[in-house]
Design a protein around this ligand. Sequence first.
Ligand SMILES: [Zn+2]
Ligand SMILES: [Zn+2]
Length: 113
Amino acid sequence: MSTITCGNRARHAGQTGTHGTVAAVRACYLDPDTFTCGWQYEARDRYGVLRDEDGQVVILECQSLAWSIPNGITCESGHEHFFNREYTDDRDEAMALAKVGVEALDLQGRVWV
Ligand SMILES: [Zn+2]
Ligand SMILES: [Zn+2]
């Protein structure tokens, strides 16, 4: 991922910020309403999922700059979340979501119905 220096010091508390994409720089300057990406994912190293001393899977939060797009949000690390799209590994839940007009995807990102 390339890094672009951001000159928007107001947003970065007087420091030079960096962003991963041109779109993120644009959002940093122009979007009044940016926030921190709350995308959660399992921490992994090359051996697999990381666990803490208690055997719990370590969950990390993305925390990249995120901004609104039509019908959803996106972040500079490439996470997209659409308000009319949900992820589920449960077929019944997928059917229920489809009925109310929400596109249901399985955890691999395939559309259920
Ligand atoms: Zn910035
Ligand atoms: Zn993210």
